[in-house]
Design a protein around this ligand. Structure first.
Ligand SMILES: [Zn+2]
Length: 597
């Protein structure tokens, strides 16, 4: 999040993106073993004979958009990308019942042409889960190319409570085709390219456990490459609150490019975070905290006693949330919990951050989302964020899952620990990234990401009664207003696409140069976030708002732009059986903001 008084982007609040945390312990959702289609197994009806030759079916029936309309009595709603492939469908596209992931794959057969799933298409079902709020089941697929998983290649299929296809959302790259088998260099060699050739002489930390084979689009070419994750030592990256770099190294060891990011993508198998909570004796602390306006209040928080070390920690054993030192965690690589020998003496800012993260955690848990990944990954609230000179760094951020912890950062340079909207904003980055199945933190998709975080930030804060603000300001309880959702122009944020204050998209090569807010991710957040205030004014309750936006977040994929967001909102209204007036109101508001034509 940045305040754009000066266009210098101190972008507070970065993104978390999550990307499929594949941690095996799915308490709240059904996790499937990765299920990779044999090439040609289903799509377009092709099969192989015993000699491995392709047998084409006599007749491959592929639905057209008109066919889908007639299946839906003219009420289907669709979005298409620039290449003409389907990116969002609100409507039925398959007549059979869908009871498992294989049925979900089979359902795509007739729509493969519209989606661009040509011969050689390869993907796997990552997970399927029933949404507690809507009763719909979502199957999430990831696209494969050769040995790698396509970056941001996510497709979701939505099944209604009766078991029938209700729609889909796709960020698949159309017609990827077959990947030539390649002779990969060793992963360590790819890492060496980054440390020794691209950034020689820099003291870089490589997160080797995340080095992985992926497919990535660069200059409109698909590469089979390693994604190598490191810390982000660049000033621009740190100012933007993006703690990591992802560098792509082609299979043959050729360097491709590097981007700043706030998430480490990949298989998360680290269970050490949970282990920290074992053997801790739960207790509570009640005491006074001082607020930035000079007042004080009494709070009660859970703490934990470590009998071995004979001290107390700011640690919630039930929810698995703890407070720790940020520098120790990021720079030294180990966890130093906020501690007290008597359980009575605590840092004021640590207490406030801890207290408010617990409140936000509970809000999401009440909606069926436990921690940022929905399965309860432990949370580390990293306090005392410092810059390179050891001074408190003015930011707050969400940094994905690192070493088994969902990581958030807080600082003494501000009072964001008192602002539930800021904390819920960061928490939402974690949740929305997980739900979206990837992240493109730039331009419109980045602004949509920030918009969701501002919306939920305010909705959570108001629902918890944590503010007296009626203008839907962001950050007001910290003594500093960052943005206004009721009057975006007041905080120099646009109210229409292309209008005053609107920040135009930038090419990927310029995204990390900090001067342009990554194509307006914070500046343009108002284009979406203003809708929540307008709905509230129109009569929508906070409870309806949270369900609406939360449902919408579950229907989108990484490339979803305003067209798809709009259709996802229309679909959410239907799925939640909200008043149709809200859909009509949103249609008008999206048109006024020039987000749809
Ligand atoms: Zn943000």
């Amino acid at each position: 999040m940045k305040s754009n008084e000066n266009r210098k982007l101190i972008s507070l609040f970065c993104t978390l993106i999550m990307i499929l945390s594949l941690c095996g312990c799915a308490a709240k959702q059904n996790k499937y073993e990765p299920y990779t289609l044999l090439p040609r197994e289903f799509l377009l009806g092709e099969t192989l004979d015993e000699n491995g030759n392709i047998i084409l079916p006599d007749e491959t029936i592929q639905l057209t958009a008109a066919d889908i309309q007639s299946m839906n009595h003219g009420n289907a709603r669709m979005c298409f990308n620039e290449e003409g492939y389907l990116t969002f469908l609100n409507g039925r596209y398959y007549d059979g019942r869908i009871e498992d992931q294989e049925d979900a794959v089979a359902s795509l057969q007739g729509i493969a042409g519209l989606l661009g799933l040509g011969a050689g298409s390869d993907f796997f079902c990552e997970y399927g889960e029933k949404n507690n709020n809507t009763g719909y089941t979502y199957y999430t697929f990831k696209q494969r190319y050769g040995e790698g998983t396509m970056e941001n290649g996510t497709l979701k299929v939505f099944i209604d409570p009766e078991g029938y296809a209700a729609g889909l959302s796709s960020s698949f790259v159309p017609n990827l085709g077959y990947a030539e088998p390649v002779d990969w260099v060793a992963p360590q060699q790819a890492e060496t390219v980054i440390t020794d050739t691209v950034y020689p002489g820099k003291n870089i930390t490589v997160y080797s456990e995340y080095t992985q084979k992926v497919a990535v689009t660069y200059n409109e070419t698909i590469y089979s490459a390693y994604a190598v994750y490191t810390d982000n030592f660049t000033q621009a990256g740190q100012d933007a609150g993006l703690p990591y770099l992802v560098s792509y190294v082609n299979w043959d060891g050729t360097y491709i490019d590097t981007y700043a990011t706030s998430v480490l993508s990949g298989v998360e198998t680290d269970q050490t975070a949970s282990a920290y909570f074992e053997g801790m004796k739960p207790s509570t602390y009640t005491g006074t905290v001082w607020l930035q306006d000079g007042s004080s209040t009494s709070i009660t928080v859970p703490i934990a006693y470590d009998a071995e070390k004979e001290c107390y920690y700011l640690m919630d054993v039930d929810r698995k949330i703890a407070v720790a030192d940020r520098t120790m965690f990021f720079d030294q690589g180990f966890v130093s919990f906020s501690s007290s020998s008597d359980g009575q003496t605590w840092d004021n800012n640590h207490l406030l951050a801890f207290y408010n993260y617990i409140r936000v955690y509970d809000f999401f848990a009440n909606m069926g989302i436990y921690s940022i990944d929905g399965t309860g990954v432990p949370i580390l609230v990293c306090c005392d964020w410092l810059d390179d000179y050891g001074e408190p760094f003015d930011n707050a951020s969400s940094s994905g899952i690192l070493r088994g912890w969902a990581v958030f950062s807080m600082s003494d340079a501000n009072h964001f620990s008192e602002a539930v909207d800021v904390i819920a904003h960061e928490f939402t980055h974690g949740v929305s990234g997980y739900m979206r199945g990837g992240d493109i933190y730039m331009n419109h998709t980045g602004a949509i990401n920030e918009g969701f975080s501002d919306i939920m930030g305010n909705v959570v804060e108001m629902s918890l009664g944590a503010t007296t603000d009626t203008q839907w300001l962001i950050g007001e309880m910290s003594g500093r207003v960052l943005r206004s959702l009721s009057d975006p122009l007041l905080s120099s944020n646009p109210i229409e696409l292309g209008g005053q204050y609107y920040a135009p998209p930038v090419p990927p090569s310029e995204v990390d140069n900090e001067k342009n807010d990554r194509g307006g991710v914070h500046i343009n957040a108002s284009l979406l976030s203003q809708m929540s205030y307008k709905l509230y004014q129109y009569g929508m309750s906070l409870e309806e708002e949270s369900r609406l936006w939360f449902t919408c977040m579950g229907l989108i994929t990484p490339k979803s732009d305003y067209n798809e967001i709009y259709e996802a909102l229309m679909m959410s209204v239907k799925m939640l059986e909200l008043d149709q007036r809200y859909a009509d109101f949103l249609t008008d508001a999206f048109q006024k903001a020039k987000l749809i034509s």
